[in-house]
Design a protein around this ligand. Sequence first.
Ligand code: SF4
Length: 459
Amino acid sequence: MGTGTSAAAFLRGKTCLYPFLRIRLKCCHFIMKKILLVNPPIYDFAAYDFWMKPYGLLNVAGKLQGKAELSLFDYMDREDTSVKSEYDRWGRGKFHELHIDRPPVLSDIKRYYHRFGLERGIFQNHLQSQGQFDFALIQTTMTYWYPGIMEVIEDIKRFQPQCKIVLGGIYTAICPKHAATLGADMVVAGTSLDKLWQFLDIEPDINALPFWKGYEKLRMGVITITQGCPFQCSYCTVPNIYGNFTIKPMKKCLEEIDLLQSLGAENIAFYDDALLYRHKEAIMPLLHSIVARNLKTNFHTPNAMNARFVSYELAELMVASGMKTFYLGFECIDERWQNEHGGKVFSHELIRAVDCLLKAGADNLEITAYQMLGHPDGNLKQLEKTMQFVHELGIRIMLADFSPIPGTPDGDKCSQWTDLSEPLNHNKTAFPIRFIGEDTVNEFKDLARRLNRKLTGCE
Ligand code: SF4
């Protein structure tokens, strides 16, 4: 879709006064490159819209606004009129899904496998009806979701053979060699975008806001106010990908929030990996501004926050600014395990954080602590103890299935049990089942469900 950017509008405005210039400037307009932006479908055992938006792609596209003609196709957009979506009170819900055969690599995992997202034919129609694209930028996320990328590439090559394809995102950062085998013309393997701008031959507007205008309808959005993480948890890839921790200018964060609000987003999720780190410089001033503006947006923190940094003052500010759901990382109660795997948080810090949040007025049923299931150094007795501990704090448990990510110490350790050169083996449903057995996985999932139900008084 055309973006009606200010730069293009400025040029068009000038042409009214100078007919000769108009011809030339219109030509400039016509030679604007056409760029297709794609968030691919997901192939997995399970997927759920937990405030999922292709923020990386939207940021890149934002920098191209006014410099290219942009068209967004998000397979995971639940607002699309072709799907009937349901929403919980914070905008989350199920994706449209199609039951498909498991790939042979995952044939030992006796669970239903799905393709999630809009139907393939809709994208094929889009490719046939929108004229010729010069480039297609494809967002990648989980390494084991690459079959969705293959599907997109196959369709672009079939219907738009002239279009140059670029892959970027988490999968290409973790598995650049594998990504290079999928048939794209360029693979962006890190966070530097210099080579991308050269490839597109476009000078980006580096201060521009994300391309949220690409959506026809927006119910929720996402934001980051920082990048990177100063911790070095041995199971996490964030420090490898993002390098040093940095804070985004507050003015830009507020502009992003204003833009999302103006487009209809009632819920905004923070995607930061270390949202509360250096909180006096980052999140606290932002939340103070949000309170002062009396914004009516609901905020959420699906990426685990670090309980260590939750003081009463911060908790009170989070609640006052409209934060509704609080997710905290608490992998294991065993202090030795914590120390050996990054030492980001300990039991007494979780106790204090929960106490501060509850005193500040947070709903205990909206506070959740993540525990890890199927970690290679995990001890099942400790896991059960951890879950009971979290439950006794009066908050919810969420089991995060362990995914062996290559390049991380804990992921690499798993190469003795699974072939990490095949990204499908990084699947977070598959690894715990292979490592501790399906029955054990089911027992722990049942335990989590039971304890959570107890909290609500349903058991
Ligand atoms: S604190 Fe979180 S983001 Fe940072 S390294 Fe640990 S798990 Fe990763």
